[in-house]
Design a protein around this ligand. Structure first.
Ligand code: DC
Length: 229
């Protein structure tokens, strides 16, 4: 079993930025599980499947092979061998990922892949159900959150930097809908694990969040003696 750090939280809380830099500092592999659900969502969208079409989604799971690879330390998501990293960061794919991830067949497939990765390597894994369901025995569990307003502004900035046109109001609305769906689904909903540490990043800089997470890992190191690689 590798050493595992689980970071969960809602969309736009800063999980991927922080998880990526923490992994780099510790020499661990960063696993972005949202990207895997997004690759599945892209597969469904390409097949013209709507979010509520349960049977078609389950059948389409059979024809989707999602895997990950690393290029210059950056996670690449492969969908049936095609690198789809550049195609999955849109609101359409994100909303479909949230909607289709309620399906147990989709979750079972992604959970299996994530657990295999965490068994063989030291990972910082971010998502919605990592500390509660995928890796319940993770060494460190963090629940990262921020207010809807702050999260919407961060997402809008990300899109603007990519030259995409955005409406802050629409993004805030999407985030609220996504939060509701992710937190209220039947299987492995988003929630803080009992043993996770809550970090609200609304008024924190990236450097401050990083420092806090390093501090949490160091506390673990003192308990376990050899936590850092
Ligand atoms: O983190 P993200 O925005 O890339 O995730 C997209 C969607 O994927 C999210 O709204 C819900 C789903 N997801 C999930 O159900 N479980 C995870 N571990 C990660 C993401």
């Amino acid at each position: 079993m590798g050493r595992n750090i689980a970071i969960d939280g809602p969309a736009g809380a800063g999980k991927s930025t922080i998880a990526r830099s923490l992994a780099k500092k510790l020499g661990y592999i960063y696993v972005d599980t949202g990207a895997m659900y997004r690759a599945m969502a892209l597969h469904f969208l390409r097949l013209g499947i709507a979010a509520g079409e349960t049977e078609r989604i389950e059948a389409a799971c059979e024809s989707a092979d999602v895997s990950i690879a690393y290029e210059n330390g950056e996670q690449q998501v492969l969908l049936n061998g095609e690198n789809v990293n550049g195609l999955i960061r849109t609101e359409e794919v994100g909303n479909m990922a949230s909607a289709s991830s309620v399906n147990p067949a989709v979750r079972a497939k992604m959970t299996e892949l994530q657990r295999k990765l965490a068994q063989t390597a030291d990972v910082v894994m971010d998502g919605r159900d990592i500390g509660t369901f995928v890796l319940p025995n993770a060494d460190v569990k963090i629940y990262l959150t921020a207010s809807v307003e702050v999260r919407a502004k961060r997402r809008a900035l990300e899109y603007e930097q990519k030259g995409m046109e955005v409406s802050l109001e629409q993004i805030a609305k999407d985030i609220e809908e996504r939060d509701y769906r992710d937190m209220h689904r039947e299987h492995a909903p988003l929630k803080q694990a009992d043993d996770a540490v809550l970090v609200d990043t609304s008024d924190m800089t990236i450097a401050e969040v990083e420092a806090r997470l390093i501090e949490l890992c160091s506390e673990k190191k003192q308990e376990n003696g050899d936590f850092f690689a």
